[in-house]
Design a binder for this molecule. Structure first.
Ligand code: MF3
Ligand code: CO
Length: 253
């Protein structure tokens, strides 16, 4: 069942989303070679707590940290570690969920560390564009499958693959609500969008083959072939006229 949020609920989610944006702005300013992925986790946790939010990932099904920090061939759910040192040329996805008064906002950015290779530059660009290209379809009456199809089409037409193993999702009081929003699908299928739905649209893109593997830590998801990956996500509210993104900071590109 897809929950329709009231204005009050949407306002609480927007505050969670504002803090998510603030976290990204802070990381953008502070991310440097030599930092560890655990340093990123500390920035996420502090910024959320300083702004009356809690990091909803911590303890979620036993997840041990406040952020998922996934470097290069790690697609998603990278557990922050003081042994993973970020270096010039890396691409680092930071996927976070803020809880404000019981309401969630979820987003991810893939940050470029200093100057990166053309390969890295391109996968980050295409992943973000896949989100914004699919976003144009978000309005009342559209089908979920339209969005899924648009993500797949954009990514594959640029020579990359989408994951089949993980999906986007609805969000609200729970981090993961209906509907599931795969990165692939068919136009005209699935539930129809209505004002007040809250959706996490999240292209998870692989440079090589689509296959992934989970490390023995039970969380970290890598590309099986060791090639690059990227991830971009926002929480989006369906409005009467289209959509509103609630997890970007003011002035963010
Ligand atoms: N934020 C992720 C998503 O986009 C979920 C992370 S799983 C967790 O859905 F355990 F880390 F919370
Ligand atoms: Co998500």
């Amino acid at each position: 069942m897809v929950n329709i949020k009231s204005t009050r609920e949407i306002n609480l989610m927007k505050e969670a989303g504002r803090v998510v944006g603030l976290v990204f702005k802070t990381i953008e300013e502070e991310l440097k070679p030599g930092m560890t992925t655990l340093d990123i986790d500390a920035i996420v946790e502090k910024t959320m707590l300083d702004n009356n939010c809690t990091p909803a990932e911590k303890g979620y099904y036993g997840y041990p940290a406040s952020a998922c920090v996934s470097v290069n061939d790690t697609l998603i759910h990278g557990i922050p570690s003081n042994k993973i040192i970020i270096k010039e040329g890396d691409i680092v996805s930071v996927d976070i969920v803020a809880n404000y008064c019981g309401y969630m906002a979820d987003a991810c950015r893939t940050f470029k560390v200093g100057t990166v290779s053309q390969r890295a530059e391109n996968i980050v660009k295409v992943t973000k564009e896949a989100f914004f290209n699919a976003l144009k379809l978000v309005k009342p009456g559209a089908h979920i499958g339209d969005i899924c199809h648009a993500v797949q089409e954009y990514v594959e037409s640029h020579g990359y693959n989408v994951t089949r193993d993980y999906t986007g999702h609805g969000i609200g009081k729970d981090m993961h609500e209906d509907p599931a929003i795969p990165n692939f699908g068919k136009e005209g299928t699935g539930v129809r969008l209505q004002p007040g739905m809250a959706l996490c649209i999240e292209p998870m893109v692989l440079e090589g083959r689509k296959d992934t593997r989970v490390l023995p830590d039970g969380w970290t998801v890598k590309s099986k072939d060791g090639k690059l990956t990227a991830h971009y996500e926002n929480t989006v509210i369906v409005t009467e006229s289209g959509y509103e993104i609630i997890t970007m900071y003011e002035g963010e590109e």
